[in-house]
Design a protein around this ligand. Structure first.
Ligand code: NAP
Length: 485
């Protein structure tokens, strides 16, 4: 049994700049709350713009020497970090549950998933290849090499406090980039604990710098506009992502944008309905519905809609809601009151427009920001809940008649992160995979995230890929050298 207070006390509360933990230059702080209870968990440093610049200075100063560290050494740091994270699974899981709310079992799942990015990229560090060829006219030799992009700013969201960090830090370390990391203000403790662990694993001073701040825009913008920064990688809302792309235009930064989603979950008439229900539970309820990959719109063939809705509603009704640190809890609180009220507004508007509540439909008992697992049927296609990212435990179901209609409706969104489809017909699976305008497609499965696969979206869900072979390329530039023989 972990001593909660001892765990919280062990997490550094300062800024980590050039290998030193320090207070913010004006001594200001910011509080981190537990969304299940409202209690203050910790008070951490709140960086000023000058602190942000000091972090960038350190990253810039460390870049040249870090790029020269042998790939094997960089890979070994990641491998050691992977092992240490796994050893400390219980500590990381509890920290995440306390600051973010997800139940402990899910937090353990995120520790395993997050750690895997370090293992994967420890293996990729030694597989950064170039090419040698003879020019078609024979007059020269063409050599290509890959080199680190350079100092990178990483901004991460609150919903996956560990994994959204490791899938950026892992490839940057493997590629030889230095970095300034800015975790979400609501869940910085996991990142601070991760940085402490990476320090133990031998990441040199200046390579990894971490800034927490209550003045996010003010501190981030000067870094983004500084010509020494070479890359910005952001995971968060589309709205903030768009603003950051504008800020990056002047410096022509390399960009990776992992933004919002509005995933369709299509159940065809030939689907295995029990498998579809299991997939739906994962795609909807993973992370309390607070995932960019969360199924947002359930499109079910009219001939199987009654069976699917009934079985799915029964599973949703059986979930237990409460403080995720307690045993037997399936669904934790939403991250804050604004999030919970936003989800409720979407539900109430849909109901006013004619949707039927099958399960849930309102707040669950507090003091935290709990919302009942909810299933709605007969949801009008133009209801706001079908257009916007819900980010909560609410499943709106509507029906379709033909495959063409399902695909048209699935693609009828500004977003393009992920789509799910359930069918036992292989030809249909291939057809719909090709027709869905999304960066990822899950066929007969409700979770596709995998460190060995390229994660990312198209359209308003952004661009760039994290994980897979593609993940490290985001941190590498290709240089071509022409050599006269
Ligand atoms: P958010 O409000 O966009 O915040 C994300 C990060 O951006 C936080 O660190 C936040 O800092 C920072 N930020 C906010 N305003 C900023 C500004 N003006 N300049 C620089 N940084 C700024 O998003 P969120 O509510 O935390 O996360 C939920 C969103 O993330 C959802 O839309 C979800 O779909 C998306 N998401 C996408 C993926 C993916 O891979 N596609 C994965 C997970 C989540 P503060 O916390 O200090 O405000």
């Amino acid at each position: 049994m972990i001593d909660r207070q001892a765990l919280l006390d062990s997490v550094p509360k300062g800024l980590y700049i050039d290998g030193q933990w320090r207070d913010s230059s004006d001594g200001t702080t910011l509080e981190v709350d537990n969304p299940a209870t409202g209690e203050v968990l910790a008070t951490i440093a709140s960086a000023t713009p000058a602190d942000g610049m000091a972090a960038l200075d350190a990253a810039v100063a460390a870049q040249a020497s870090w790029a020269k560290v042998p790939p094997r050494e960089r890979g070994e740091i990641l491998r050691t970090a992977y092992e240490k994270i796994v050893e400390r699974t219980e500590e990381f899981a509890l920290l995440m549950t306390l600051e973010m709310g997800k139940p402990l079992a899910e937090a353990r799942g995120e520790v395993a998933y997050g750690a895997e990015f370090f293992r994967w990229f420890s293996e990729e560090a030694v597989r950064i290849h170039g090419r040698y060829s003879v020019a078609p006219n024979g007059a020269s030799r063409l050599l290509t090499m890959k080199q680190p992009v350079g100092p990178t700013l990483m901004i991460t969201p609150w919903n996956f406090p560990l994994a959204m960090g490791t899938r950026k830090i892992g490839p940057a370390i493997a590629a030889g980039c230095t970095m300034v990391v800015k975790p979400a203000s609501q869940t910085p403790l996991t990142m601070l604990a991760l940085v402490q662990l990476l320090e133990e694993c031998g990441v040199p001073a200046g390579v990894l710098n971490v800034i927490t701040t209550a003045h996010t825009g003010e501190v981030m913008e000067p870094i983004i506009r500084d010509p020494r920064l070479r890359k910005l990688t952001f995971t968060g809302s589309t709205q903030v992502g768009q603003r950051l792309v504008e800020q990056s235009a002047q410096g022509l930064l390399r960009l990776s944008m992992e933004l919002g989603g509005n995933a369709p979950f299509i159940v065809f008439d030939d689907a295995d309905i029990d498998a579809a229900v299991t997939g739906a539970m994962l795609a909807k309820m993973r992370n309390i519905g607070e995932a960019c990959t969360a199924a947002n719109r359930f499109l079910v063939h009219e001939s199987v809609a009654a069976e699917f809705s009934e079985k799915f509603a029964a599973r949703m009704a059986a979930l237990t809601v409460g403080d995720g640190t307690k045993d037997g809890i399936d669904v934790g609180p939403l991250v804050d009151q604004k999030a919970r009220d936003g989800v409720d507004a979407l539900v109430q508007e849909a109901v006013a427009a004619g949707a039927k509540v099958v399960v849930g439909g309102g707040h669950a008992e507090g003091p935290g920001w709990f919302y009942q697992p909810t299933v709605l049927t007969d949801v009008p296609a133009d209801a706001r809940i079908a257009v916007e990212e819900i980010f909560g435990p609410v499943a709106p179901i509507s029906t379709f008649q033909t495959e063409e209609e399902a695909l048209t409706r699935a693609n009828d969104t500004a977003y393009g992160l992920i789509a799910y489809a359930f069918t036992r017909d292989l030809a249909r699976a291939l057809r719909v995979s090709e027709a869905l305008e999304f960066g990822m497609v899950g066929i007969n499965q409700g979770v596709v995230s995998n460190p060995a696969a390229p994660f990312g979206g198209v359209k308003a869900s952004g661009f760039g890929r994290e994980g897979g072979f593609e993940g490290i390329d985001e941190y590498l530039e290709v240089k071509y050298v022409g050599i006269a023989p």
